[in-house]
Design a protein around this ligand. Structure first.
Ligand code: FES
Length: 110
């Protein structure tokens, strides 16, 4: 079991339980996070963008060049941004905390 904490754009903490090998995008969707994941992990959309808590960022497998390129196009990108469809959970990631960026979604809702 791997515990993941999502922090929503409003600052609410939502905890989810996942299994080793689960992809973070699916875990977030299962927890009700607004991660669209339009391209279903093909690295062609960036709607699965999350901001990883600093203390966790270096513990992830580094992003590929393709992922970096796609992140350049995402709204509200930070230095610890990742595409959640590219993060596969391992036992080492128990306790992983990621923030859900709000900007792009909020603007679309208006
Ligand atoms: Fe499209 Fe992750 S789901 S880039």
């Amino acid at each position: 079991m791997v515990k993941v904490t999502f922090i929503t754009a409003n600052g609410a903490r939502v905890e989810a339980k996942a299994a080793v090998g689960d992809v973070l995008l699916g875990v977030g969707q299962g927890a009700g996070m607004p991660l669209e994941g339009t391209c279903e992990g093909q690295m062609a959309c960036s709607t699965c963008h999350v901001v990883v808590a600093r203390e966790w960022f270096d513990r992830l497998v580094p992003a590929s060049e393709d992922e970096e390129d796609m992140l350049d196009l995402a709204a509200g990108v930070t230095r610890t941004s990742r595409l959640s469809c590219q993060i596969e959970l391992t036992a080492d990631l128990d306790g992983l905390t990621v923030h859900i960026p709000g900007q792009s979604h909020d603007m679309q809702r208006r």
